[in-house]
Design a binder for this molecule. Structure first.
Ligand code: F6P
Length: 630
């Protein structure tokens, strides 16, 4: 796309007449309207442009953005609330909560900031809640998202006996009933709870749909929060997702950025006498912007991974992520999201973590008893998966130079004994030796000893890495220039938090690109819409109906009827089906596949459901099956 065309596509979504009935989080992104026909490299470039929209400045009359004054001010205020809790943690808690990706990020961040507190010899104060419990960290559990009472009860349980709670509810679309129930509860108990809401739609676009057993809607909760002096709303617009509604992408990245900015500022203020300032917050957001740019500067390397993963999925193979440390957690997250997002089978994209559940350290402990899809250690990969892998599958090693690279090499060798399609993705900091030495303030004679040790370990790393490179078909190495991390260099106390933050965000972007790009290449996307979306909760049900309307041009009620026929697998809607509530429909849809494509074929051709299903069987590439009819 030429420069000016690109600039106008960049801002087009902000125009009031662009898809006016949809909230920002559900709009389609003009930058990606033909992503379904793009090459791997073009896909990565489009994703980069979409991610850049996160940091776009607010212009007059448009939505507030990440760097808007009001957003930065609110972030600083929330950071100060967290600081108070960190300084006086007795009977206090900071709770991060959400559904799907939002809940997974709540876990990731709570775990990391608790770890940082333990390093400072402080007690942990962060807790996480994810709708559906810990199994939702590793698999798709969409139904609990619709339950406001469940949200409220799980919050009450976590906060039992606490006198002061900073509650951060995350719902990218300002839509999840689970989170609305929690916020409502906080508003009813202001003596204990300070509610904060993170999402990426303007307040008036919050979902205004009745919820089971409630007198409030998400929208009315947001309104009450706006009127409340002790409630905070952090809702910059970050632009529509590259794949419409896929809030795991920008929504997830922006959530991660916001939580890290707030909690890092609070931690620095509480323990290293660095007061929370708006300027500090702006600088920290700027560091994340540089992370995005540094990551996508490796466009070719990312595209090679997209292509490999795409080939595997196209050929009926699978993609396995083998990760270390927190990057492995991101790989588990990315893999778990493929099922609801692309209607993928859980075996299509899988993640494994070195150290398994001991490393993951979740509330409910090991979940292996739930079945093979919850076996997540590298040993599980070696026993359960590797024997079945062939060259049509893809294995990706994900680590940093700080991890046990000897262990990476060992695993790489085991994989190569079985198949060739092995790739590596690792992070490394430029000038790492001097960065490490900056942390050391000791006697001079020890200095030389440490200097030599660090150089030796860097040397060993390069030797091991060289061996890994020889075993891999491609290696994506992101080397972080010192200038990309001024925040960590200027402020020693934060460096242990900030460097992993950069690596994690970068890893999230790359893995989102790999899994999204691979599914695009597999033909799961039409234009920039996911056609084979799972209809497993009310938000997805509404999205599916809208998509049918958009693609078929038929009125809403007719589309809903076609969707229900596909869900219940009937040619006519008889009995009580039409009068059942959405919960019943979405419950039924859990066991069904390809309901939206089947409904669409029926709408476009007027054929029966049986004929539509047979049409789809003959053309397994959904995009081609749909295009043929449009
Ligand atoms: O229900 C599906 C889903 O869209 C997930 O993919 C997403 O992570 C989750 O809902 C939460 O959405 P939100 O953050 O908008 O509440």
């Amino acid at each position: 796309m030429a420069g000016s065309a690109w600039t106008s596509a960049l801002c087009k979504w902000e125009s009031p007449d662009y898809e006016p009935s949809l909230p920002v989080s559900e709009k389609s992104n003009p930058l990606t309207c033909d992503i379904d026909r793009a090459s791997a490299e073009s896909i990565v470039k489009m994703l980069h442009r979409c991610d850049v929209q996160m940091f776009q400045e607010e212009s007059e009359g448009t939505y507030q953005r990440l760097l808007s004054d009001q957003v930065v001010k609110t972030l600083a205020e929330v950071a100060k609330r967290a600081e108070l809790i960190l300084k006086d943690p007795q009977d206090s808690l900071v709770v991060l909560s959400g559904c799907g990706t939002s809940g997974r990020l709540a876990f990731l961040i709570a775990a990391r900031f608790n770890r940082a507190l333990r390093q400072l010899k402080q007690n942990p104060v962060y807790s996480y809640i994810i709708a559906g419990g810990d199994r939702a960290l590793l698999s798709s559990q969409e139904a609990p998202e619709d339950d406001p009472k469940l949200g409220m009860l799980s919050l009450k349980k976590v906060c039992e006996g606490k006198k002061r709670v900073l509650f951060v509810g995350i719902s990218c679309g300002l839509s999840a009933p689970f989170v609305a129930g929690q916020l409502d509860f906080c508003l009813q108990h202001p003596e204990v709870y300070t509610p904060v809401l993170i999402g990426f739609n303007p307040a008036h676009q919050a979902r205004d749909e009745a919820m089971p057993g409630c007198t409030f809607t998400f929208h009315s909760v947001v309104q009450r929060m706006q009127e409340h002096a002790n409630a905070f709303l952090i809702n910059p617009a970050v632009g529509p997702e590259a794949i419409s509604g896929s809030s795991r992408m920008k929504g997830g990245s922006a959530t991660k950025i916001l939580l890290e900015v707030v909690l890092s500022a609070a931690q620095a203020a509480a323990f290293s006498r660095t007061p929370v300032t708006c300027n500090g917050i702006v600088q920290h957001i700027g560091a994340h912007k540089r992370t995005v740019d540094v990551t996508y500067s490796e466009c070719e390397g990312i595209a090679a991974l997209v292509e490999a993963a795409g080939r595997s999925l196209q050929g009926g193979g699978c993609v396995c992520y083998l990760g270390w440390g927190s990057l492995a957690v991101l790989s588990l997250m990315d893999a778990s999201e493929c099922n609801p997002t692309f209607g993928a089978d859980y075996e299509d994209v899988r993640g494994f973590i070195s150290g398994g559940y001991a490393e993951l350290n979740i509330n409910e402990g090991s979940l292996t008893s739930l079945g093979p899809d919850f076996c997540i250690a590298h040993e599980d990969f070696l026993h359960l998966l590797l024997p079945r892998l062939t060259d049509k599958d893809t294995v990706l090693l994900i680590y940093t130079h700080c991890d046990d690279v000897g262990d990476v090499l060992k695993l790489a060798r085991r994989v190569r004994e079985k198949m060739v399609n092995l790739h590596a993705f690792y992070h490394q900091a430029d000038g790492d030796t001097s960065a490490a030495l900056q942390q050391v303030s000791i006697h001079q004679s020890l200095f030389l000893y440490i200097y030599v040790s660090i150089y030796r370990s860097v040397y060993v790393f390069f030797l091991l890495q060289d061996d890994i490179n020889k075993l891999c078909l491609s290696t994506l190495n992101i080397t972080w220039p010192a200038a990309a991390m001024p925040f960590c260099r200027q402020n020693r106390t934060l460096s242990s938090v900030s460097v992993p933050q950069q690596w994690e965000l970068s890893t999230k972007l790359v893995l989102n690109a790999v899994s999204t790009g691979a599914h695009i290449l597999k033909g799961k996307i039409y234009q920039n819409h996911m056609i084979d979306v799972q209809v497993t909760n009310s938000k997805l049900y509404r999205r599916a109906t809208r998509l049918l309307q958009r693609l078929s041009g038929r009125p809403g009620p007719q589309c809903e009827e076609a969707l229900l026929k596909a869900i219940y697998q009937v040619e006519e809607l008889t009995g009580d089906i039409p009068s059942c509530d959405i919960t019943t429909h979405t419950h039924k849809a859990r066991s069904r596949t390809k309901v939206v494509p089947a409904a669409l074929v029926c709408l476009l051709t007027g054929c029966s459901l049986v004929e539509a299903e047979s049409h789809l069987k003959q053309r397994p590439i959904i995009r081609e099956a749909v295009e043929e009819l449009l």
